[in-house]
Write a protein that binds this ligand. Structure first.
Ligand code: SF4
Ligand code: SF4
Length: 187
């Protein structure tokens, strides 16, 4: 009974991740080109190829425990190289969302940064670097992290204390609203 419940849970997870990402997990034929080109694979516990394999084998729970989706930088290198056009960055995002939904955030700092970035984009239509850093530092309990870097960056105009908005922020807000209406968490 317990085994069938676990199998059912894994099937449900695979379906949800496929639906959210638009990726057909069985398309992957495990060639490994994605992992060979991933710039952060060395720091991952499972390579990108292995994450897909876990999902193919019905071991999605293991994928949810992995840090790999939280380390994925969304750089698209894997997607560009994949001979089967498997959109791995989207898949990683879907696994992260599923982990969040189940209260299983594996890297709190990545989660804080991710949310702070999206909040900034929703508010201004682009990231406000200084606000993003301050929000991240406060929420992650390290208020003075990299504080000494701020003055020279401000002096050289690399960061600004005030946010700059794009012209049509309303359109960006509308995109976030649509994502939420379709069941996404928006951030
Ligand atoms: S490159 Fe594409 S087909 Fe090859 S292992 Fe990665 S996701 Fe699968
Ligand atoms: S999108 Fe993510 S998994 Fe793909 S190469 Fe970049 S960091 Fe690696």
């Amino acid at each position: 009974m317990e085994l069938s419940a676990a199998l059912e849970g894994n099937r449900d997870l695979k379906e949800r991740v496929e639906r959210a990402s638009g990726v057909h997990i069985e398309d992957c034929y495990q060639c490994g080109k994605c992992s060979a080109g991933c710039p952060v694979a060395a720091w991952m516990d499972y390579t990108p190829r292995q994450v897909i394999r876990l999902l193919q084998l019905g071991l999605g729970e293991e994928a949810l425990k992995s840090r790999t989706p939280w380390l994925c930088a969304g750089c698209q290198a894997c997607y560009t190289r994949c001979p089967r056009e498997v959109n791995l960055p989207r898949l990683m995002e879907a696994v992260r969302q599923e982990a969040r939904r189940r209260g299983r955030v594996n890297d709190r700092k990545v989660d804080i940064f991710d949310r702070a970035f999206l909040q900034s984009v929703e508010r201004y239509g682009r990231a406000h670097e200084m606000g993003l850093i301050v929000q991240y530092n406060l929420q992650s309990g390290q208020p003075f992290k990299d504080a000494l870097l701020a003055p020279p960056l401000l002096m050289k105009g690399k960061i600004s204390p005030l946010p700059a908005k794009i012209k049509n922020v309303a359109e960006v807000k509308e995109i976030f609203a649509r994502v939420r209406a379709r069941g996404g968490d928006g951030h």
